[in-house]
Ligand binder design. Sequence first.
Ligand code: ZN
Ligand code: ZN
Length: 346
Amino acid sequence: MRVHAYAAPAAAEPLAPTVVERRAVGPNDVLIEIKYAGICHSDIHTVNGDWGPQPYPLVPGHEIVGVVAEVGPAVTRHRVGDRVGVGCMVNSCGRCANCRAGDEQYCLEGMVPTYAGTDRDGTITQGGYSTHVVVDAGFVLSVPEGLDLAAAAPLLCAGITTYSPLRHWGAGPGKKVAVVGLGGLGHMAVKIAHAMGAEVTVLSQSLKKQEDGLRLGADHYYATGDPDTFERLAGRFDLIVNTVSARIDVDAYLGLLAVDGTLVNVGAPAEPLSLNVFSLISARRSYAGSMIGGIAETQEMLDFCAEHRLGADIELISADRINEAYERVLASDVRYRFVIDTATLG
Ligand SMILES: [Zn+2]
Ligand SMILES: [Zn+2]
């Protein structure tokens, strides 16, 4: 099946309309008519080759929502017409300890990324900036009624990337949670942590987005550009979710944690970070990382967001504005996620 898409023809070249081949629907496959695809900062890093050489042409997009158009004969979880989503992975081995524990993202054989990955049939995966995609039913999520479809797209990456560590480290009533950075990931972290019942603080470079942060559910907002912030908030937080992939002063942030507190990175700077281990042992603190979430947990996140009426704050764009949107993401000029209307791809 040949379908319309937007692809990068080579590293760091502007994306352009193209046509890609989707595999025939196998027994366990779901054909999805894509309605919306979010633009994640990772799309831009991958397209630009920031994370190593990539296969081109490359169709990015791992925040996919749409409607089931066809299912294979063995598929029981999804039916034609269902609202569904696909996130950052489209397959894994299914047999290793991590897969069996529901942590497919940490598959010991390596999960198959939604784009620029090698699928289990040997083909290169192509992502969601496209009208259709064929995905193994086990990696297709249900998008509950009550979620706006376009605003749900970013939940498939930004939503689960922040939900998973918040859940894992027990964000909830009585817990003080800080979110570093108020971008695509950060704005979801604030909404979700607030809905979980935690006391939420945004730590942003400046107070420029303070009004937004409080509207999204934060209880407090501090500028990290103000050195007083680190003194005033010393020893305060149970959990800090760092959504910023730029270099940070790790020791300064660890100093904001209470005893047994955890600083968790969901993004990563290109170069190694250093830290003074005394920042950890002086209060039994942990420095951790977290990558998206498993399939069952992603479904749990979608159900949670539907129950709490949480979607992303989005700017809906037509496909011919993708390159302009990339420029604006790089300039942090988006509140808070671009979503492509895939009806404009054709
Ligand atoms: Zn992403
Ligand atoms: Zn596995």
